[in-house]
Write a protein of this length. Sequence first.
Length: 95
Amino acid sequence: MEPKGIIVAGVNGYGSALDQFKSPTGIFLDNNDVLYSADSSNHRVVKWMPGASSGQIVAGGNENGQNANQFNYLSSIVSDKKGIMFICDRENENC
């Protein structure tokens, strides 16, 4: 463990590229050390494999909105013991 911490995702600052975040509001780490992030202002959930230099969109990423493939301000993200992901989309009142 690093006493000062280490950056594991979003190394290039604020933005919408797959190596950036824009208002991340939640993260969780699965049993395989894969990091998932709720990237609110980019309206997407991004998966970061261990050691990856960029993430992969696994949900959303299609601008904000109310369609089935869109989010409108993600507020949190969690997973249960079976690996099922739960995403709270505050402005669409889905959780």
